[in-house]
Design a protein around this ligand. Structure first.
Ligand code: ZN
Ligand code: ZN
Ligand code: ZN
Ligand code: ZN
Ligand code: ZN
Length: 110
């Protein structure tokens, strides 16, 4: 199944220096959009992406100490499996009720 095409901002062209957070994902780079979408370039267009549940990025219960993130806390959101996570120091963190679950590392391109 092909990824859905992404809605792109016509006034912004992503590049390695564009200021968006970039995640190395398999053989491509995903750009983290402010609305919590991951976009990656596919030939002449942009596709939506998400981090899949894997050994490196498990979902479920992995509670860690830390801030209960919210949409105003300043951390970016990325789609993971069937939910949204916050990106914190290169790791996915999932707010789950009154605690936060760690969902593993991603490769940030700096
Ligand atoms: Zn950009
Ligand atoms: Zn991707
Ligand atoms: Zn939990
Ligand atoms: Zn936060
Ligand atoms: Zn997650």
């Amino acid at each position: 199944m092909a990824d859905p095409k992404a809605e792109v901002n016509p006034n912004h062209v992503h590049s390695l220096h564009c200021g968006h957070t970039k995640i190395l994902h398999h053989d491509h780079i995903d750009f983290v959009e402010a609305n919590g979408h991951l976009h990656h370039k596919h030939e002449d267009h942009w596709d939506e992406c998400r981090i899949e549940v894997s050994e490196q990025n498990p979902d479920g219960e992995h509670p860690v100490e830390g801030e209960i993130h919210n949409q105003y806390c300043g951390h970016e959101q990325v789609p993971h499996g069937d939910h949204m996570d916050y990106l914190v120091n290169g790791r996915l963190q999932h707010v789950h009720g009154d605690h936060v679950d760690d969902h593993g590392p991603v490769d940030i391109v700096s």
